[in-house]
Design a protein around this ligand. Structure first.
Ligand code: GDP
Length: 231
């Protein structure tokens, strides 16, 4: 079953201090306004208007969290590229986004949405630059593939891959269309792997850490001569 099956709105954040505790596994979705991010999230979650809650008044400049079952979050980042955004709002946005992308421990990867007809704009590259230093994976969805011919989309995919393999080797790229469903299965499978791998890793780390903690504490456990073994 798809990890996106039970996606529900969780919370909306406009300041770094409002972020929920970094306890789960988060995958962030970013992209230029109108690139097709909300439609892509809705296609992946198989839910008609789910991501459009991020477009309701007061939330468009926010980081919106959707929960996919316990401890797994899809994080919808505010769309960028509006020409007429006042400088103060742009600065706030840059600080919120760059800090979240660069320092968030529970963030495990980013999905970057680009209109296949306008890939790798300067702001897309800025997102990649902010994230590159973390070494975490980026998966690019070249959306609206239905708008071009098969040959055109293939050529663009090849060019984007060539450009990225030198500058951003931790990137993968695919074609996507919310209209025809192209690439939905491929993206779902990849993101499922990110969530599954990371959840397993977290479980493993937690159990190792807990074991270690218990081992260290064990001599002080009262009335336990065998020393802190788990029951
Ligand atoms: P966002 O601003 O990035 O969240 O973009 P939206 O998901 O709201 O999409 C912007 C516009 O592009 C809307 O009119 C969508 O219907 C359209 N759109 C989104 N994805 C696709 C797609 O795969 N194919 C086509 N033809 N149109 C799309």
């Amino acid at each position: 079953m798809s990890v996106f099956q039970h996606t529900t709105f969780y919370t909306t954040v406009n300041q770094l201090h409002q972020l929920p505790p970094p306890d789960g596994v988060e995958i962030a979705f970013a992209g230029r306004s109108n690139a097709g991010k909300s439609s892509a999230i809705n296609s992946l979650a198989n839910r008609g208007r789910l991501a459009f809650v991020s477009k309701t008044p007061g939330r468009t400049q926010n980081i919106n969290f959707f929960q996919l079952g316990s401890g797994r979050f899809l994080v919808d980042l505010p769309g960028y590229g509006y020409a007429k955004v006042p400088a103060a709002i742009r600065q706030h946005w840059e600080h919120l986004l760059s800090t979240y992308l660069q320092t968030r421990k529970s963030l495990h990867g980013m999905v970057l949405i680009m209109d296949v007809r306008h890939p790798l704009t300067p702001l897309d590259r800025q997102m990649l630059d902010w994230f590159a230093s973390t070494g975490k994976p980026v998966h690019i969805l070249l959306t609206k593939s239905d708008k071009l011919s098969r040959q055109q989309t293939r050529d663009i995919l090849k060019n984007v891959l060539l450009l990225l393999c030198e500058t951003y080797p931790q990137c993968s790229v695919q074609l996507f269309s919310s209209m025809t469903g192209e690439g939905v299965e491929e993206a779902t499978a990849l993101l499922g792997t990110w969530f599954a791998l990371d959840s397993n890793l977290i479980k493993e780390l937690n159990s190792t850490q807990n074991r270690d903690k218990l081992k260290i504490k064990s001599p002080r456990l009262k009335g336990n001569k065998t020393g802190g073994k788990l029951p």
